[in-house]
Design a protein. Structure first.
Length: 78
């Protein structure tokens, strides 16, 4: 029993005397990078806003009504 106990103490002492290993571990981690793209100029469309859309549609409607009246009048003159 004493031999077993002495053997265990010797083995444990051998592990404790060993210096710990220092090693460098490289870990790949994604990092956010700021976007450096050029700003795109915003195109100005004729119907950009709701108010502008309504005015454009109303103008087109009035133009269509005027053209229809001209067609009706021109057909009556024949």
């Amino acid at each position: 029993m004493k031999v077993l106990l002495m053997g265990s103490v010797v083995l444990l002492a051998g592990c404790a005397a060993r210096a710990p290993e220092n090693r460098t571990v490289r870990v790949e981690v994604p990092v956010q990078v700021p976007c450096r793209a050029k700003a795109v100029a915003e195109s100005a469309f004729a119907t950009a806003g709701l108010e502008v859309k309504m005015r454009t549609l109303l103008a087109e409607r009035r133009q269509r009504i005027g053209q229809e009246r001209e067609l009706v009048m021109s057909q009556g003159c024949r």
